[in-house]
Design a protein around this ligand. Structure first.
Ligand SMILES: [Zn+2]
Length: 78
């Protein structure tokens, strides 16, 4: 899915399977686990393949059920 050049620094975007990654969408966040993301080996910029974003959209639109829900703490800065 990856293996292309980073659009910011020209480094190589390598696939890395991370335990969890948080994706933002219109109404909130979805966390995917054991997800193959692309990470630039020079600047560290993270790339998300379209299949990942499609999955996030499916869960956000409630077409697919999440495995579980987690509460996220929210507080004002000051
Ligand atoms: Zn880069």
């Amino acid at each position: 899915m990856y293996g292309y050049r980073c659009e910011y620094c020209g480094g190589l975007v390598r696939e890395r399977v991370v335990d969890r990654e948080m994706f933002k969408h219109r109404d909130g966040f979805v966390i995917l686990e054991n997800v193959p993301i692309g990470v630039c080996d020079q600047c560290g910029y993270r790339y998300y393949h379209s299949t990942l974003l499609h999955r996030v959209e499916e869960i956000a639109a409630k077409k697919k059920s999440p495995a579980r829900m987690e509460l996220v703490p929210v507080a004002p800065y000051a």
